[in-house]
Design a protein around this ligand. Sequence first.
Ligand code: ADP
Length: 173
Amino acid sequence: MHTKLEAIKGDITKLDVDAVVNAANNSLLGGGGVDGAIHRAGGPAILEECKQIRARQGGCPTGEAVLTTGGNLPASYVIHTVGPVWNGGRKDEATLLQNCYYNSVRIASEKNLQSIAFPNISTGVYGYPKQQAAEVAVQAVKEYLQKNETSLKYVLFVCFDDDNYTLYQKLLV
Ligand code: ADP
C-alpha cells in the first residue's frame, strides 16, 4: 500500500488538498458544523452544484457521496457524504459510516486525485461514539486501498478536537 494515512488537527477548510470531504446531510443544502464551515469558506459555487445534483437525483442517501467544485477553498473539490445519525447502533450505523469513507475514497480515486481530507463524520451533532467512528473510518479506507488500485498518495483524517486526534493517532501508528 503506497498511500499514507495520517491524523492531523485543525480546520479542514484551510487545507490545500485535492479534495476535502464534507459531512453533509441528505438535502445537500448545507447545515451546521463542518458543513456550514465548508459552505461559508467555499462560497456559493458549492451550493449551486449541490442544487444541480439535487435536481438530478433528489439529494444524497446516507452512506453515499457526491462531488462538487471546491469553490473558493484551497481544495479543488468537495466530496459531500452523508453520515448516519447515531441510534444506539440499531440502525446499521457502522455499515453506513463505512460506506461514507469507502465511497469518498472511491470517488477521489476515480477522479485520479492524490490527496483527500476527511472530517470525523457523524461524531458531531449526529452523535456517533468517537472511538467506534474512528475505527470504522480507518478500517473502511484501508479496505478500499487493499482491494483497489488508487491514485491517492495521502488520506488525512482531520480532527477538530483533542479526543479525536488522540484516537486517530493511536489507530494510525
Ligand atoms: P455530523 O452531523 O456528521 O455529526 P458535524 O459537522 O456536526 O457533522 O461534525 C462532524 C465533525 O466535524 C465533528 O467532529 C466536528 O468537531 C468536526 N468539525 C466541525 N467543524 C470543522 C472544521 N472546520 N474542520 C474540521 N472538522 C470540523
